[in-house]
Write a protein of this length. Sequence first.
Lengths: 240, 85, 116
Amino acid sequence: MTRRTRLLVFAVGGLGLLVVLVIAMAGIPGFGGGLHPYRDRAVAAGLAQRTPNVVASVNFDLRGLDTFGEELILLASVLGAATLLRTTRTERRREPPAPRSLPSTVLAGYLMLPVTLVLGLDVVVHGHLTPGGGFQGGVVLATGLHLLYVAGSYPALRRLRPLDWYEYGEAAGSGLFALTGLAGVVAGTGLLSNLLPHGSFGSLLSTGTVPLLNVAVGIGVGAGVVVLLAAFLEAEVATR
Amino acid sequence: MTILVCAVLVLVAVTGTVVVTTRDPKAQAVTLSVYGLVLALLFFALQAPDVALSQIAVGSALVPLMVLLAVRTVGKGVGKGRDAK
Amino acid sequence: MTSWLAYLVAAWLLVVGLYGVVTSHHLVHTVVCVSIAQSSTYVLLLGIGYQNGATAPIFGATTPPGTAVVDPVVQALSLTDIVVSATVTALLLALAIQVHRRHGTVDPDELHSLRG
């Protein structure tokens, strides 16, 4: 198909899609209105579990199974990407060249590293109380670690990054999530049910299994993103 | 408040279009990062701090980084692939 | 009109993203356009859950239970959406790199046949 005909086909299809979408959207309750039946039920259910952050309650308590599925999607895609990016035979593994970064960049990288790691941990452990949680904190932790690369020290990053351990870490995160879920089955309350005591509203150790699952996801996501970025970095370094 | 939401919505549409029309993938990593931040701004304005945090971490840092690394990987040594089938 | 702006922006992002995919000359550009198209779902979801004057669905000292909040369910969905989008992007980028290794090009128009 030539580019002209392809554009023509798209113009027809795209316009049709736009028209159908606009017709469908005219049927949605208007933006900013007060009709939110799911909101009313989720907020009541989240508060019954004494979880201040209702979004965390939906993700890790009310619909924990969906989040477990998401965790597995992440695991599968990290596995797939790492497999696809393996260094092929034609590409020789090379040592990366000596880093060349501005001294101010190096300083900023090293200064930001501890700050980012503390911030990431804070976001993970307070996920049930304040905005944040395992996903956000895990990504912050993993990208924070790569400030070492920005600072130009790929060898330092490699030393801090024994990849095997991160691969185990990702498996451990998913495993902890699954075990927490199965504990509910053993206790007879059902898969991924919130069986721990809920504690007092707003305290760090409260809301039952929500912080536990947040930590599990934090470990899994953090380690998974490190493995993922490592695969991309290796592919980039290997192709010269 | 509503004016702020409307302004950010328009900004999202504009930056999204800019990302698509940026044909050089290396420059696109930068515009994508900006788009990620604008989306995060919208999510804050829509009272969704959880989603905004996630968007900042994923959309304006992680994904552009992967895009940049991928561009650098495919930009080098064109045509030396075709290893054993 | 303004009450439907959020939905229109979502529809626009989807169509613009698809336009980018159709006209792309570089597989990495294609992947980025897919992620733009996917970002339309966040705007649509959060737009549906928004309520004028309501606060974030996080209760505490300043937001006692009973305060009007926006819909947490769509926020949880968007959260999942963003993470899944990132993983899909990672996988597609890895595929683009693999295509480059096998065929020596990343222009979709130059890829005529599938080779195993």
